[in-house]
Design a protein around this ligand. Structure first.
Ligand SMILES: Nc1nc2c(ncn2[C@@H]2O[C@H](COP(=O)(O)OP(=O)(O)OP(=O)(O)O)[C@@H](O)[C@H]2O)c(=O)[nH]1
Ligand SMILES: [Mg+2]
Length: 180
């Protein structure tokens, strides 16, 4: 528990969110940071960074998360590679109502892997839009996560279901990776 008068040391973590256009990357971050959701689709241009203070529920340690929301549109493919460096964690996001968005996760993983030196960041596969009728069954998603050696979680950025859990799992994984 944080003691009054003691210095709270914030550790910084860079977290990247990637995935096809319109899977809900910006919506996930907005739901996590502000508990807000918007129905209209305004595609991210380039990238956006959000700063969120995360308190680990297990030990009350405080982290300052810099969440990088990378635009999924192909025209930003040339600028994205430089943003992966220094990431502690990567969220690979797809839309449970769009099979191509899961299929394309391998390309997103490849883009990350070829642009990071040093240890592989903590990675999680996130299936979004669970509030809608799904088009991909759970075992197929789990298989993909297993193939890529990642955790897997289904969420709704609209209702907020499991959104906080994505970050709790990632922070747990980050702590398990020996820091260099
Ligand atoms: N029903 C439902 N709609 C969602 C959910 N998450 C996002 N959306 C909608 O999906 C559309 C795209 O969401 P964004 O968060 O802008 O998608 P993005 O991945 O950031 O897209 P780019 O910035 O173009 O890469 C918007 O119309 C959102 O309202 C969800 O969990 N459920
Ligand atoms: Mg966006």
């Amino acid at each position: 528990m944080a003691q009054s008068g003691s210095l709270v040391r914030e550790k910084r973590c860079k977290i990247i969110v990637v995935g096809d256009p319109a899977v809900g990357k910006t919506s996930l971050i907005r739901q996590y940071a502000d508990k807000k959701f918007a129905d209209e689709y305004i595609s991210t241009i380039g990238f956006e960074i959000s700063k969120v203070i995360h308190v680990d529920p297990r030990d009350n340690e405080t982290y300052s998360l810099l969440i990088w929301d990378l635009a999924g549109q192909p025209q930003f493919g040339q600028i994205r590679p430089r943003f992966y460096q220094g990431a502690s964690a990567v969220i690979f996001m797809f839309d449970l109502t769009s099979q191509p968005s899961l299929y394309n996760i391998k390309d997103w993983y490849q883009e990350m892997a070829s642009n990071i030196d040093g240890p592989t960041p903590a990675c999680i596969l996130v299936g979004n839009k669970l509030d809608l009728p799904r088009k991909i069954i759970n075992p197929i998603c789990r298989n993909k996560a297993r193939e890529l050696k990642m955790d897997y979680l289904e969420v709704s950025a609209k209702t907020g279901y499991n959104v906080r859990k994505v970050f709790d799992i990632l922070m747990q994984r980050i702590k398990e990776i020996p820091s260099g």
